[in-house]
Design a protein around this ligand. Structure first.
Ligand code: FE
Length: 156
């Protein structure tokens, strides 16, 4: 009887472990570069996976002011609310705050001879843009994002 009880507890423990694992793993985190190349357009691939930058004033969202949520173009992870979007004059969609903590990863970027903070989707590691300290109140941050890295979900 005692053994059955121990076994049950053990299997419950294993079940709980595997459930926790599942919530942290999505297929996006495990895509190979080849898979990304097939599921993204060449422009999306060059920005999201190769850290490219779209030309300023050309992106589809830089002047877009509809109410809704901006998500990662590669995996659908929610990134920014339209409530925090503003016109920074830079030619790229700009936001003063991420939609929630943990949605974005911040990485030091010393390319181009300057120290910048690159931002990536926390779910699939895709390149989104950079964050600067010259944004408006209340955060003073400017999340400078490639339109190519974003999709938009309108508030219904
Ligand atoms: Fe993503």
């Amino acid at each position: 009887m005692k053994q059955v009880l121990i076994l049950s507890i053990l299997s419950l423990f294993i079940l709980a472990q595997s459930k926790t694992g599942e919530t942290h793993m999505t297929e996006n985190e495990h895509k190979s570069e080849k898979e990304w190349q097939t599921c993204l357009t060449p422009e999306e691939y060059s920005v999201l996976r190769k850290k490219g930058t779209e030309r300023p004033f050309t992106g589809k969202y830089y002047k877009y002011m509809e109410d809704g949520t901006y998500v990662c173009a590669a995996c659908g992870n929610e990134l920014f609310s339209s409530k925090t979007k503003y016109d920074s004059g830079s030619g790229w969609p700009s936001f003063y705050e991420a939609i929630a903590e943990g949605k974005i990863n911040y990485k030091e970027d010393n390319s181009l001879g300057t120290a910048r903070i690159e931002i990536q989707c926390a779910n699939c590691d895709s390149h989104l843009g950079h964050v600067f300290d010259d944004g408006p109140k209340p955060t003073g941050k400017r999340y400078c994002i490639n339109s190519v890295s974003l999709d938009f979900e309108k508030t219904k």
